[in-house]
Design a protein around this ligand. Structure first.
Ligand code: HEC
Length: 136
């Protein structure tokens, strides 16, 4: 009688262990993706915001409105100047002056020859920044 009970409990113990290990195995199978596509992490490029670029790089010298700061206010800048000129100025205003650009030279004199920082933005960043300037 006692022997039977021992055999029975042993049997149930085995069934229990087996069931648990199977569940574990199933869970592992779910966790690890079956296909390589699932495994690869998609790195999405953060959207470059022109406003953020402006806030981070320009507000120390430029107001968003027409008021002067270190440099002229940016309100309506894209209506006053050509796109190529603005981009060239942001990239390197000194080079623009050296090329003999009269508007850049006049502005430089007007602003007490304060040299504006040159910015190495990517084309994408420059477009985003320009789009933001258009809104001012
Ligand atoms: C260290 C100060 C400084 C920073 C930073 C700066 N600028 Fe300027 N910016 C100037 C000054 C000063 C002028 C006036 C011209 C000169 O002195 O060269 C100017 C002129 C300009 C002009 C021509 C304005 C006009 O009326 O034609 C544009 C456009 C311009 N800046 C855009 C920017 C943008 C966009 C940024 C940020 C990416 C920026 N600037 C960052 C100082 C700065």
């Amino acid at each position: 009688m006692i022997n039977k009970m021992v055999v029975f409990s042993y049997f149930f113990l085995c069934v229990g262990v087996l069931a648990c290990s199977q569940r574990e195995a199933r869970r592992e199978a779910q966790d690890s993706p079956a296909s390589p596509e699932k495994k690869s992490i998609k790195i999405r490029k953060p959207q470059i915001s022109g406003e953020e670029l402006f806030q981070a790089n320009c507000v120390s010298c430029h107001n968003k409105d027409a008021r002067k700061l270190i440099g002229p206010g940016m309100a309506g800048i894209t209506k006053r100047r050509k796109k190529e000129w603005i981009i060239a100025f942001i990239k390197n205003s000194q080079a623009l002056m050296a090329s003999g650009d009269k508007e850049a030279i006049a502005l430089f004199d007007q602003y007490n020859k304060a040299v504006m920082t040159s910015f190495m933005f990517s084309n994408e960043e420059m477009e985003a920044l320009y789009k933001y300037l258009e809104t001012l």
